[in-house]
Design a protein around this ligand. Sequence first.
Ligand code: ATP
Ligand code: MG
Length: 517
Amino acid sequence: MTRTAAPAEVRKLSDLLEVSQTLGSTLNLKTALHRILEILEQSHGTVSGSVILRDEDTGDLVVEAATGPSAQAARQVRYRVGEGITGRVVQSGRPVVVPRVSREPLFLNRTGVFPKARAGKEEELTFVCVPVKVDTKTVGALGVSLAYDKERNYDEETKFFGIVGSMVGQGLRVQKLVEGERRRLLDENSKLRLELKERYDLRNIVGNSRPMQQVYEQVAQAAPTTTTVLIRGESGTGKELVAHAVHYGSPRAKKPFIKVSCGALPESLIESELFGYEPGAFTDARAQKKGRFELAHGGTLFLDEVGELSGSTQVKLLRVLQEREFERLGGVTPIKVNVRLVTATNKDLETAVKEGSFREDLYYRLNVFAVYLPPLRERRPDISLLADHFVEKYAAAHGKDVRRIATTAIDMLMSYHWPGNVRELENCIERAVLVCEGGVIHAHHLPPSLQTAEVSGTMPRKSLDEALASYEKDLIVDALKTARGNRAKAARLLDSTERIIGYAVQKYDIDCSRFRA
Ligand SMILES: Nc1ncnc2c1ncn2[C@@H]1O[C@H](COP(=O)(O)OP(=O)(O)OP(=O)(O)O)[C@@H](O)[C@H]1O
Ligand SMILES: [Mg+2]
């Protein structure tokens, strides 16, 4: 290398650096290619340039980017592989140089870069075309024209443009990988969404007792609207299942369903989970983070165990519900969201309001449409349906051939009081499926907690006192239900006094608030 040549070499290197930075800076290939052609024009003196790529579907060569006097027209051009000079470069994978374009019959001049009038005159042009390869396959070509100069070192030029061509190939490779991954994720995503929709369809909620039919009706009413839904019921009664059914039965089914377990997160975390934060909002906040409210945009936000929210979070939540906007922690820009809110709790919110641990205004905002899930012991007909459903589910999951539940075992399931509701029943059946052999679940496959005196036959049947007590409790619960939890009214219905009812409520540990919804 001579001393005088050095600046030209440096210039080439800096051009190459710029080309590689351009490719690395964006995933929009067209923009990057256009920018690269501009770099070549500005610092390498090309008159025109184009990048032509093979269309994967038709096999034709299509202009991806073009610069120069007739770039506009050039972008519409299509070639076949093997056709013209560009076609030959793609076919052979080797560069071609045409020192004087006007003397080359193969030169199709499809792009119109070289007007006939200019050919043969002092404006003679040189055309350099190099392959663009991904791995070892030629997928296109980079073609540039330069002012004809008989002193020009064609080898050097071809080498330089060859490097640019292979950089473009690298860029394409990365883009293909990213695009492939993106498509795979999209496919997987839509498959998972479909699965979710099927899984949480209302039809998958088992049970046809009257109280459950009422639940189905309520879900069907609420789902198509944007009403805020409050789901209540003891632990394990299926509140989360219903929350999903509300979302997947709504026009928002294709949008996100985002859940936040308010009870599981410490107070310091819950607000950053809900609203997100800006960098520097607190010591660990390095980058910006979107909150669940933002992630649920267009869809449904499910706040589980909403009764556990702290006072300060309740205030913030109330504000979002009233104004439909909020700021990220440490941020000042208000963010507008379109979110449907579904909440659930097993807590007695009315008492919490009375005691001052739950804000009354928030309570009214959340309790717009209430769905109450009755405990399993109040819908006994569902027990056997659910048991069969879980036998089928876990037999399939564990690959066991379990067909049915023996009568004695069914009796046990029916007479148990299920404090853990459907979740407890589900766990109990899964365990039974695992331990049973011979395809039938028998009484001894059920956990000890279910082996009541009656069923296991080790104790005499219910005493008269026990039977009367259970009858009395049933009557009182029924009356309270009709009276929506009002003891005075229930007392009148039973021709009794409020004092006696109050005493029985205490004795049988009846939760009156359950009937208020
Ligand atoms: N009607 C039903 N049909 C089928 N499966 C049900 C039904 N109800 C509940 N389950 C199942 O029981 C389990 C508990 O239900 P879920 O998680 O919805 O209860 P939950 O009310 O949210 O309880 P918690 O208050 O403890 O969070 C889940 O595995 C759910 O699929
Ligand atoms: Mg739950």
